[in-house]
Design a protein around this ligand. Structure first.
Ligand SMILES: NC(=O)c1ccc[n+]([C@@H]2O[C@H](COP(=O)([O-])OP(=O)(O)OC[C@H]3O[C@@H](n4cnc5c(N)ncnc54)[C@H](OP(=O)(O)O)[C@@H]3O)[C@@H](O)[C@H]2O)c1
Length: 319
């Protein structure tokens, strides 16, 4: 089979096509034909080896796992022994977490891993956008922010894959949503359900006279120290990126960082099913930035590396 691989850290063009043995499913596993896979910020970090801390996980001198990608959608084409509840022909989508491997034509995953069935109404590309952005945004807003009707929620980085899902989920939860983005994306975030849109190139929301119950920093760049000035007395700052907020999460209940990769598969499975249901109902629109064939994986990485993508960058390994 074909896969997009990298053997050394560097610019997007270190990623190239290579032939790999098609895997066979072991006991308890299924083989999935990958119709779509996301290319995200974590792939960008693992490919570049920057920041250096990432190499503790991806390999100190050179990459440990040559095939990147941690979200996939496709069809089961073989089933290992002992698997119940999944069959050849089932459409599924899911996340492989630290095991990666999704930027390939096929992948084996455990039948009890983080996967859910993919309804016919949801395309594979839409599904990986759900597994990428919405899977991250959901626990932040539901579990750590406990969004309720009437709350004031600000989403920073509202046009990224996590932020775009965050705006929609907060809106769905009945919150008054303020979305922070740059000038070209103001209409986009309003269309996702934001009641107000702030252009960060013109206004610094941390100096605003307004206050929010939740500040969801989907790009993790503001930090609790600045955000606290515009939080209500019991408001919380939620960040996808540790940065300076790591210290504050240790000493304050009002700052929280969480990592999708650290959540248990058993917790992700119902979330994936719920998100697919929301997409079928039209309550959550998966935002796709762009799509690339496997042969153009380096271009997909280059797009992610701009830091300007709107939603999810998708690889289509069968094309
Ligand atoms: N903790 C976790 O489990 C977890 C999971 C997934 C991702 N992450 C992290 O979450 C972050 C966001 O991921 P993502 O995939 O959503 O990123 P992304 O799609 O690459 O986000 C890019 C967006 O950020 C916006 N942006 C850039 N600079 C900004 C600024 N100064 N203020 C506000 N918005 C700004 C850009 O909008 P403009 O073009 O308008 O500037 C762009 O739409 C990444 O750092 C990623 O590593 C963490």
């Amino acid at each position: 089979m074909r896969a997009a691989i990298y053997e050394r850290y560097g610019a997007p063009d270190v990623v190239h096509l290579a032939g790999r043995a098609k895997p066979t499913p072991a006991a308890g596993e299924v083989l999935v034909r990958v119709d779509a896979a996301s290319v995200g910020a974590s792939d960008n970090a693992a490919r570049s080896g920057e920041p250096g801390l990432v190499r503790l996980f991806s390999g100190i001198r050179s990459p440990r796992l040559p095939v990147l990608g941690s979200e996939y959608a496709g069809e089961i084409v073989a089933v290992g022994s002992g698997v119940t509840g999944l069959e050849v022909g089932d459409r599924v989508y899911g996340a492989t977490g630290a095991a990666l491997g999704c930027h390939a034509e096929h992948i084996t995953v455990r039948a009890d891993s983080a996967l859910a069935s993919l309804p016919p109404e949801v395309t594979p590309s839409q599904a990986v956008a759900l597994a990428d952005g919405a899977m991250t945004a959901l626990p932040f807003l539901r579990d750590h922010g406990r969004v309720r009707p009437g709350m004031r929620v600000l989403v920073n980085g509202a046009s990224g894959s996590v932020g775009a899902a965050g705006v929609q989920l907060a809106h769905l939860g009945g919150a008054h949503v303020t979305a922070v983005t740059s000038t070209p994306n103001l209409d986009l975030v309003r269309g996702l359900g934001a009641d107000e849109a702030i252009d960060y190139t013109a206004v610094d929301f941390t100096t605003s006279a307004e206050q929010w119950d939740i500040i969801f920093d989907a790009v993790g760049i503001v930090g609790f120290a600045r955000a606290r000035h515009v939080l209500t007395p019991h408001g919380r700052y939620l960040s996808t990126v540790p940065g300076s907020t790591l210290f504050h999460t240790l000493v304050s209940r009002r700052a929280k960082i969480a990592f999708t990769g650290l959540r248990k598969d058993a917790a992700k499975r119902p979330d994936l099913a719920e998100l697919a249901g929301l997409a079928v109902a039209g309550d959550l629109v998966p935002l796709i930035d762009s799509e690339y064939s496997l042969a153009d994986a380096a271009a997909a990485h280059a797009r992610v590396a701009t830091g300007r993508k709107r939603g999810t960058v998708v690889l289509r390994p069968q094309e």
